[in-house]
Design a protein around this ligand. Structure first.
Ligand code: AMP
Ligand code: ZN
Length: 112
């Protein structure tokens, strides 16, 4: 049995506040939001991080990228939004199932 919490959410074994699902992805609210809107875009397939991507995932990645502005629009983020992918412990990754953070709803500080 998988110990991955995002695989458990994908399988419906753990609850989540799901706001979008399709054949490739599931999107739910982050349990500890860092902004008024904080979603996680998660592939159904278990891929630990960006490091494990192969050319086989190209369609999936394109799909996730193109989904982001549609989700942002549906959340009313007309003024813009931020996307973040943490990779590896040094990059702040805590859940080792690839995901894109989608943040917005307040003026986010600059990255500098
Ligand atoms: P990262 O540090 O990029 O791996 O981000 C993991 C994110 O997953 C964090 O922002 C957590 O708040 C979030 N998270 C952890 N467990 C859950 C859960 N059960 N449901 C929703 N979000 C979660
Ligand atoms: Zn997983």
């Amino acid at each position: 049995m998988t110990e991955c919490i995002f695989c458990k959410i994908v399988a419906g074994e753990l609850p989540a506040d799901v706001i979008h699902q399709d054949e490739k992805t599931i999107v739910f609210k982050d349990i500890h939001p860092k902004a008024p809107v904080h979603l996680l875009v998660v592939p159904r397939e278990h891929i630990p991080s960006l490091r494990e991507l192969t050319p086989q995932h190209d369609d999936l990645i394109a799909h996730m990228m193109r989904l982001l502005p549609r989700l942002a629009e549906a959340q009313g983020l007309d003024d813009g939004f931020r996307t973040v992918i943490n990779t590896g412990r040094g990059g702040g990754q805590e859940v080792f199932h690839l995901h894109i953070h989608l943040l917005g709803g307040s003026r986010l500080p600059g990255m500098a």
